[in-house]
Design a protein around this ligand. Structure first.
Ligand SMILES: [Zn+2]
Length: 187
């Protein structure tokens, strides 16, 4: 796709713990360029991922909304490659703003840009976002419609797909939902 991600989606895997405010600062807005993007960062402990930083903010000049999610303890580049099939079940991911998400079979590539967002989602959640974008832009385009059809097939579990998440800053993570459930039972 090569399109840039928009819109924070912070809710699904966030634990019940009260978030601790890490910092509040005003930075340059990637959208309008003025120094009026007010960002607040929270530290939360999310089961299976550990400590995670949630950033949210809004530009007081243009209304641009910033949202990011990343592992508090990061550093080395990471790369995850998983096969998502009916048998494997779904995967949960912390996709930071510096991550690239690729689904080779479906020709999907979500690359980070200056206004990129981070969010917690699932492998299916990634496809749902793509399907939403495609259904808005496809119209008469046959190739686009075919792609949307394939994404829908993957969402229905009729075809498996590969999910690749690369983060040069090591701020992202991918875990299998079933493994979380197993771990949950054993603790
Ligand atoms: Zn702005």
């Amino acid at each position: 796709m090569g399109s840039e991600e928009r819109g924070p989606e912070l809710t699904p895997a966030v634990g019940r713990e009260v978030p601790r405010t890490l910092f509040t600062e005003t930075i340059r807005c990637p959208e309008c360029g003025s120094n009026s993007l007010n960002v607040t960062a929270y530290l939360v402990n999310v089961k299976f991922f550990g400590e995670i930083v949630l950033e949210s903010g809004e530009c007081s000049s243009c209304g641009f909304r910033h949202g990011d999610v990343y592992l508090a303890d990061y550093g080395e580049p990471v790369r995850f490659e998983v096969k998502v099939t009916k048998e494997s079940g779904d995967y949960l991911l912390v996709k930071s703003s510096s991550a690239t998400v690729i689904v080779p079979e479906l020709g999907i590539e979500i690359t980070p840009g200056p206004a990129a967002q981070g969010y917690i989602t699932t492998a299916r959640g990634v496809l749902e976002r793509v399907a939403e974008v495609l259904s808005g832009i496809c119209r008469e385009d046959v190739r686009c419609a075919k792609k949307l059809e394939d994404v829908d097939k993957a969402l229905r579990g009729e075809i498996g797909f590969t999910l690749i998440v690369e983060d040069p800053l090591g701020r992202s993570a991918v875990v299998r939902v079933q493994d979380c459930a197993d771990l949950d039972r054993s603790t």
